[in-house]
Design a protein around this ligand. Structure first.
Ligand code: SAH
Length: 212
């Protein structure tokens, strides 16, 4: 059986939860989430829940992916930095709506799984990097948008500094259990923060893992 009915149900649920941006809804509709979840969880690919991937990480709940994407206010010319590639699902959704996605992941094994998915989907506007995303991607900065998909303990100013004038960053900030999604806008007068939502993300970890 195909996933079409499950997908339609999910899109309806996202609309009910307040995802009103038609571009975002259609981006979610175009990305086959079944390509990004572990085989053992295929039957849950279109449930509105986070699912475990390898290295103790998670693919975010579709609602959160859609909410963060909507909060970024993307346009076709945007250059987006994503911290935490994970399964690559969020990157694939972003890639539908902007010019370029530059995504950083600290686990080699996760990148090695995400990259063939981008190739299979012919998403040639995604560039990946193995590294500590807490440092951003200085060689490619500034970015017009930044999305952090792991929770920073405090507002990551290193990343905010890589935002272009007029840029927007969406980032979960806080310790496990008590994180809030924050939107930061940069303009000529400085940085302006806005609290959006209570969330639960895996932590943004400093440095690189030992072997994987
Ligand atoms: N956007 C992902 C969500 C992955 S969960 C998706 O759609 O599937 C968060 C990811 O952030 C994990 O893969 C984790 O390894 C990664 N991460 C945590 N700290 C990091 C860091 N300092 N640099 C890069 N990636 C990091």
């Amino acid at each position: 059986m195909g996933y079409e009915a499950h997908k339609i149900r999910l899109i309806m649920e996202l609309r009910k939860q307040g995802i009103t941006d038609k571009q975002v809804l259609s981006a979610v509709e175009r990305v086959p989430r079944e390509m990004f979840v572990p085989e053992a969880m295929l039957s849950e690919a279109y449930e509105n829940i986070p699912l475990p991937i390898s290295q103790g990480q998670t693919i975010s709940q579709p609602y959160i992916v859609a909410f963060m994407t909507q909060a970024l206010e993307l346009g076709g010319r945007d250059r987006v930095l994503e911290i935490g590639t994970g399964s690559g699902y969020q990157s694939a959704v972003l890639a539908q709506l902007c010019r370029r996605v530059c995504t950083v992941e600290r686990y080699r094994t996760l990148l090695a799984q995400a990259e063939p998915r981008f190739v299979a989907m012919k998403l040639h506007n995604i560039t990946t990097r193995l590294g500590d995303g807490g440092k951003g991607w200085p060689e490619l900065a500034p970015f017009t948008r930044i999305i952090v998909t792991a929770a920073a303990p405090t507002m990551p100013s290193v990343l905010a500094d890589q935002l272009d004038d007029g840029g927007v960053m969406v980032v979960p900030v806080g310790q496990s259990g008590a994180q809030t999604l924050i939107r930061v806008r940069r303009d000529s007068t400085g940085f302006h923060e806005e609290t959006l939502l209570d969330v639960r993300f895996v932590p943004l970890v400093e440095g690189m893992p030992q072997s994987r």
